[in-house]
Unconditional design. Structure first.
Length: 157
């Protein structure tokens, strides 16, 4: 007498159903998440003169999604980076031949330099470190004033 397990084709239909479920469950692409990116060109200056050497790092900021991008600054102050996240990016300048006070201000995250990167913009980014330092100082002073204004009377220095 033949047992049910010995009959050919008994497991064919349940097997096909299982394979179909597995294939349907795996239809989503696996791998890294895709982000919109673009190419960014620009120039780093200090007092109107090119900063030759070092690196420009661009990190997604303000809700922008993507990966950090780093590119070398040429001797003429120019840089060219591909796959930069579209949206707001924080920019730091690393290893550049600039005075220590500028290096301390612009070589760390969170950095004071931010730019909005447009997917279709072809205008180069100009980063004038002296202007960025003035802007950073003004922002810091405004934050200090706001903090003082929000202190309860008699608690400040």
């Amino acid at each position: 007498m033949e047992s049910p397990a010995d009959r050919p084709g008994r497991w064919a239909l349940p097997g096909l159903v299982c394979v179909g479920i597995l294939i349907a469950g795996c239809s989503e692409e696996l791998g890294p998440e895709r982000f919109e990116t673009t190419r960014v060109r620009g120039r780093v200056l200090l007092g109107g003169k090119p900063v030759g050497g070092g690196f420009v790092d661009m990190l997604p900021a303000g809700g922008t999604r993507g990966l950090i991008r780093s590119t070398r600054i040429g001797s003429d102050g120019r840089f060219d980076a591909d796959r930069v996240p579209v949206g707001v990016v924080a920019i730091r300048i690393v290893g550049a031949p600039i005075p220590l006070d500028y290096a301390m201000l612009f070589s760390r995250f969170p950095t004071r330099i931010q730019r909005t990167i447009d997917a279709h913009a072809s205008t180069p980014i100009e980063i004038e470190l002296m202007e960025e330092a003035i802007r950073a100082q003004a922002t810091h002073e405004a934050q200090v004033e706001e903090s003082r204004a929000n202190q309860p009377p008699g608690t400040g220095p």
